[in-house]
Design a protein around this ligand. Structure first.
Ligand code: DC
Length: 220
């Protein structure tokens, strides 16, 4: 089986690029952030503190997460409910960054993710795919962009959705999320030694796509 691991911080364009690359290659796209987000949403709904490992761990036995594919698009099913849109809310993103720091949460998802890679050619994106989940991935990419560039893109996205916010708020959310993801004890966001670094700060979507496609096809 061929596996492509794409890791990097929020807002570097990972998921939109990964989705399109997977389609082009005919691989299954696995968005691991969506799986963590489902747990973040569940914790919020249950009214538990996302930062409390003990409280979140108690919820895990009740949680089932399934990824389904409809017309090539990934749907996230949490305990039988399609939460694909709900998990994209900003407050869910924040809670998710906290729950993703707990070792019990990470080991809960680790086997599920490895299992998906055993069965089919996949392109998986996340934070620890190249370092922890698939250390033998066929191709590893670390996709990044400056916090400024990521905040500008995110602001545009939010404004297009009609949400009111400002650049400073978006930037400080991104910086806080980066800090949490890079400084947690378990599986922090970092580039695998054998990953190729791609910085999209000065690349538009098409240029980023071409760069990644050339890189992947030259290695598989
Ligand atoms: O990629 P994203 O923004 O949907 O990820 C949501 C959160 O989940 C983010 O704070 C980092 C965390 N995450 C993680 O810790 N490990 C992964 N493999 C994927 C996401």
């Amino acid at each position: 089986m061929i596996s492509v691991a794409i890791d990097g911080p929020s807002g570097a364009g990972k998921s939109s690029l990964a989705k399109r690359l997977a389609k082009e290659l005919g691989f299954i796209y696995v968005d691991t952030g969506a799986m963590y987000r489902a747990i973040g949403l569940y914790a919020l709904r249950q009214g538990v503190d996302p930062a409390s490992e003990q409280q979140v761990a108690q919820l895990l036995p009740q949680i089932t997460i399934e990824l389904r594919y409809e017309n090539g698009a990934q749907r996230v099913i949490l305990c039988g409910e399609d939460v694909s849109e709900l998990i994209r809310q900003e407050n869910v993103g924040m809670a998710t960054s906290a729950v993703a720091a707990h070792p019990t949460v990470r080991s809960f998802l680790l086997e599920l993710q490895r299992d998906m890679a055993r069965k089919q050619n996949i392109l998986m994106d996340g934070r620890d795919i190249g370092t922890v989940i698939l250390p033998n991935a066929t191709v590893k990419i670390f996709l990044t962009a400056s916090a400024q560039a990521r905040a500008e893109r995110r602001l545009k996205e939010l404004q297009q959705k009609g949400m009111e916010t400002d650049f400073q708020t978006v930037l400080s959310d991104i910086e806080q999320r980066d800090y949490q993801d890079m400084n947690r004890e378990i599986a922090p966001l970092k580039q695998a030694q054998d990953a190729v670094l791609v910085d999209t700060s000065n690349l538009d979507f098409e240029q980023s796509f071409e760069t990644l496609r050339n890189l992947i096809t030259s290695r598989i």
